[in-house]
Ligand binder design. Structure first.
Ligand SMILES: [Zn+2]
Length: 489
């Protein structure tokens, strides 16, 4: 038995001021066949990582293709997308005949000329391998679960947790399903329900926690092979944006349809109840200081690099310094130029630095201050579940009572290492500000005395009615009050 695996992934915020080119993939994940490290998956590469571990045990040969992944940002340029795609397709062609294909995609990638990159990849993969080859795909739940890709793949599995702590477990599920199908043990059929809504669904909040736990309990029983909640990725102007439920059933489409409809209707009934409360900056800081001892974690989802934001907005920092808040740490601010200047100044230096506030009007004004360079570290990374996420060279600067982590490779706050790499222990700080939507919760939730979500003027607006969509199929909640959720496949 021969399986082929590859990855081409990013999460595209079509409103982001940061275009995505080959360079962004080269800076993040750019691994040719055989180059994938064995210690952990890299971003969306878990299917290849898991398949490599399981090949000998489960009796198949894995043919490794290239793995390309970039940090979320704007639309990928056409030439670079086609270059990476065609490299993988060429490898697949050379590997034929194969029995199965395992793809680690994201699900919300957009390239110029391609609204549905994953659908395009699947169409071309299917054309090479033919109708009998089993194609399995792992997607991030922040995806656009288009009809095209559900038609073209045999099995699609999304991560269930947000924060995404189950990327490897879900890749194990995917490999199980693909092998089960190849050995004739199961005949997966997929049903897709469109909830006609845009929302966010952190699984650290009670309602979604219970929903996901119940879904997990359903799997493996009564023919239910897999259930995925495609949350949607709100910051993309593509027609099939929106939350959908995907059910993979064993050879029983009618029951799969019923399960998808029931769960979909339940998700519709949860509209508006799955998101945390957001406070204004002033109220959030006041509430944090009232707690007394720390650490209180303040999250700024609007400047989450993981959603394609630049992560260089300076509003919260300015507010903290103006209010004279001390014993605080904040990160990350993406500013490779400022990092370079800090290295040039040297550890222990005090010098005038301009940082942040660069990329777009939503970045706010640059921050000018006499800073103390309190930490420098080359080529850092932070962990996220089993994966390692690169931060590049990092610098910590102190402005009054606030320590700020500056990074060279743009990414969100995922683990305490963001701070500890530079000698800052967030567990001992009164206030810790993180730029992240909810992935920070995996590492910062357990150390936080309290978590507060803050609304700022950074680009990822949580009020989806204010996002200037022009191509999203309407009606959809909350842009429209009256919608028509339905089973669509
Ligand atoms: Zn995601």
């Amino acid at each position: 038995m021969r399986l082929f695996s590859a990855t081409l992934a990013t999460e595209t915020n079509t409103f982001s001021p940061l275009p995505t080119s080959l360079l962004a993939y080269q800076e993040a994940v750019f691994l040719r066949p055989g180059e994938h490290p064995g210690d952990a998956p890299r971003m969306c590469t878990a299917p290849l990582f898991v398949a490599r571990r399981r090949g000998a045990r489960d009796g198949f040969t894995l043919i490794e293709g290239s793995c390309f992944a970039a940090s979320p940002a704007g639309t990928t340029n056409r030439r670079d997308y086609e270059f990476m795609r065609d490299e993988i397709l060429g490898q697949l062609g050379a590997a034929m005949p194969v029995d199965g294909v395992l793809l680690g995609l994201h699900g919300a990638m957009v390239a110029h000329g391609y609204d549905d990159v994953e659908g395009d990849i699947l169409e071309r993969v299917r054309a090479i391998v033919g109708p009998d080859c089993v194609i399995g795909v792992e997607l991030d739940p922040h995806c656009h679960m288009t009809v095209k890709r559900v038609r073209l793949a045999d099995v699609i599995v999304c991560y269930k947790e947000f924060p995404h702590t189950d990327v490897v477990e879900r890749a194990e599920d995917l490999v199980d399903l693909v092998l089960g199908m190849l050995r004739g043990r199961i005949k997966p059929v997929m049903s897709l329900y469109d909830c006609r809504q845009i929302s966010s669904y952190p699984t650290t909040l009670p309602l979604m926690r219970a929903f996901v736990d119940r879904i997990k309990a359903m799997e493996g029983k009564d023919g239910v092979l897999s259930v995925s909640v495609a949350h949607c990725f709100p910051y993309a102007d593509v027609p099939e944006l929106g939350s959908r439920i995907l059910v993979v059933m064993d050879n029983d489409k009618a029951t799969g349809d019923a399960v998808a409809t029931e769960l979909g209707e339940e998700l519709v009934s949860m509209r508006g109840k799955t998101v945390p409360n957001f406070l204004s900056m002033a109220d959030a800081v006041t509430a944090a200081l009232e707690v007394g001892d720390g650490p209180v974690v303040l999250a700024e989802p609007a400047d989450n690099a993981g959603g394609g934001a630049p992560s260089d907005n300076t509003e919260i920092l300015r507010h903290l310094v103006e209010r004279g808040v001390t014993d605080a740490a904040l990160g990350p601010i993406w500013d490779p130029v400022a990092v370079r200047l800090c290295f040039d100044a040297g550890l222990g230096a005090t010098f005038p630095l301009r940082f942040g506030g660069k990329t777009a009007p939503t970045s706010g004004a640059p921050f000018d201050a006499m800073v103390d360079v309190v930490g420098l570290a080359r080529d850092c990374w932070q962990s996220f579940g089993d994966a390692q996420v690169p931060l590049g060279d990092c610098a910590a600067v102190r402005v009054d009572g606030v320590d700020i982590v500056l990074i060279a490779k743009r990414t969100q706050a995922l683990s305490l290492e963001l701070f500890t790499n530079l000698g800052i222990d967030p567990r001992t700080r009164r206030l810790v500000v993180v730029k992240s939507t909810n992935h920070f919760m995996a590492a910062f939730g357990p150390i936080a005395k309290k978590v507060i979500y803050v609304a700022t003027g950074a680009p990822l607006n949580r009020d989806y009615r204010k996002i200037p969509y022009t191509r999203v199929v309407r009606p959809i909640w909350p842009l429209d009050e009256v919608t028509a959720p339905a089973l669509i496949l």
